[in-house]
Design a protein around this ligand. Structure first.
Ligand code: UD1
Ligand code: CA
Length: 494
């Protein structure tokens, strides 16, 4: 789990106190055409921003991470509050350069600052660490991450300095031999016709030495098609000021991809889920037709568990070993032990299932259930806030709500707990080794003590003492020969 990895990571030795991370997350995400702020859109079952925070938290402690928030700031802050990071407000979003200006006070005390995009969620902590090391090795004022994706259109392009040239000999034309030194980043809309063929793009991930960044930040102008202050222009500004600007080329541009449109968002989601399935298969989990399964980023599954096609494993779901999860089953925020079988088309939410339990097909565990070892919850059984003890069974057509069931108890077909009186919910307690006959209704609050036996079709409204039989139904009347006589009467009339 990501949380576990976070706690295991040592901050870069000796660097933690002089390194801040700024995550740009104030933008509206105009191109998403959504009412929800961009960084709160989800991939792999959690917000874009949470992915970036998780990666950054493995490099610096959360207290040194600052998210620049603006558009729907309160919502964004609330969503990220539990991470322990800090926030900086950018009330008007006047560009990525302006976002850093808003963070000026926050970062002034750090020697270096890494800038990440809140909308590029596939970023891995290893890449952030590599950028940080490269930046230090190069003794640069600004280091940007660049790549050569197959479709560079839309990204800012990186202009390199000609090798061994004097700064005044800068060659801004394409095809120049590459030195790590950069003279400028040119945004898509500003590209000259010949620069359009440049393939090396700015991935939007940077390291800065704070002093030159803040000393020259005021030189940014909004002289561009968006009328914004572009952080990317700092490459040119710093280079012109005689500072060293370099590019760190990554071979894997995918992880720096941004989600600017819903189509891009969905494709990042697919990329992440493919990676999650690969990770699980790499650790010994069998996933048949993984492309049909929906597995969230934080899901953990132990080896030798088999997942059939069209399964969804969502949220903080944790599954033990030797389990079988059959097709069309959806599991959200659940913990399953070992040797659990979830048959086809089950829905499990916010519940725990112990070793060897057998659930389904077509069972529904609503939040708050604790299903014990070797329990069987069968076809069309719904449970809610219900604890079922070891070896008990509810095999067919049953509703158990706000119920505690002991061990080795048998709940017959069609048993219903009436837990709601129209105003309040009430508890049903069923002891060990109880037999509840089919089609019984248990009107809560009610207790069936250990070893009680309930006749089929009973409506139970009073507690049943241990070892007793309770039958609550109309007594059967049998009239011998009645049906035969009736048939004979009808026949005579024809
Ligand atoms: C940016 C880069 C571009 C690069 C691309 C990589 C600039 C000007 N361009 O373009 O060179 O190729 O990333 O993905 O930086 N944000 C704020 N406040 C603002 C504006 C933006 O916090 O005032 C945030 C956004 O929420 C987003 C991030 O900054 O998380 C990047 O902004 P975005 O508008 O997505 O920039 P791109 O067009 O992707
Ligand atoms: Ca972007």
């Amino acid at each position: 789990m990501i949380q576990e990895r976070e706690s295991n990571v040592e901050p870069d030795s000796g660097s933690a106190s002089n390194l801040a991370v700024v995550i740009l997350a104030a933008g509206k995400g105009t191109r998403l055409n959504s009412r929800r702020p961009k960084v709160l859109h989800e991939i792999g079952g959690k917000p874009l921003l949470s992915h970036v925070i998780a990666a950054a938290s493995q490099v610096v402690p959360p207290a040194d991470i600052y998210a620049v928030v603006g558009h729907q700031a309160e919502k964004v802050k609330a969503a990220a509050a539990s991470s322990g990071i800090r926030f900086v407000e950018q009330t008007d979003q006047r560009g990525t350069g302006h976002a850093i200006e808003c963070a000026r006070e926050a970062i002034a005390g750090y020697e270096n600052v890494l800038v990440l995009s809140g909308d590029a969620p596939l970023i891995r902590s290893e890449t952030i660490s590599k950028l940080w090391r490269f930046h230090q090795d190069q003794q640069a004022a600004m280091t940007l991450v660049s790549a050569e994706p197959p479709y560079p259109s839309g990204y800012g392009r990186v202009l390199h300095k000609a090798p061994d040239s004097h700064p005044s000999d800068d060659d801004l034309s394409p095809g120049t031999p590459v030195s790590p030194e950069v003279v400028a980043i040119v945004e898509q809309k500003m590209l000259t016709p010949e620069q359009l063929s440049l393939r090396e793009v700015n991935m939007g991930l940077y390291a800065f030495r704070t002093a030159p960044l803040l000393a020259h930040l005021g030189k940014l102008t909004s002289d561009n098609p968006h009328g914004e202050l572009y952080l990317t222009d700092m490459a040119q500004v710093l280079h012109a000021a005689g500072e060293r600007v370099v590019a760190f080329q990554t071979p894997d541009p995918d992880e720096l991809l941004g989600a600017n449109t819903i189509a891009e968002l969905v494709s990042l989601d697919a990329t992440l889920r493919t990676a999650t399935a690969r990770r699980l298969m790499g650790s010994g989990v069998t996933i048949f037709r993984p492309e049909t399964c929906v597995i969230d980023a934080d899901v953990e599954v132990d080896p030798d568990t088999v997942i059939e096609p069209f399964v969804q494993l969502l949220g903080h779901t944790r599954i033990g070993s030797d389990c079988l999860i059959q097709s069309y089953t959806v599991v959200e925020n659940c913990t399953l032990g070992n040797r659990v079988v979830l048959r086809q088309s089950c829905v499990l939410e916010g519940s725990t299932v112990a070793d060897g339990a057998l659930i389904g097909p077509f069972a529904h565990l609503r939040p708050g259930c604790e299903i014990g070892e070797e329990v069987h919850i069968g076809n069309f059984v719904e449970t809610k806030k219900t604890r079922v003890g070891k070896g008990s069974k509810a095999s067919h057509l049953t509703y158990l709500g706000d119920t505690v069931v002991g061990e080795r108890t048998n709940i017959g077909a069609g048993v219903i707990t009436c837990n709601y009186d129209g105003v309040h919910k009430h508890l049903t307690r069923i002891g060990d080794s109880v037999f509840v006959g089919s089609d019984s209704t248990l009107v809560a609050p009610v207790t069936l003590e250990d070893g009680a036996y309930i006749g089929a079709g009973s409506c139970i409204t009073k507690d049943v003492p241990a070892g007793s039989l309770a039958v609550g139904r109309a007594r059967q009347i049998t009239k011998e020969g009645w049906a035969t006589a009736r048939r004979a009467r009808h026949k005579a009339k024809e």
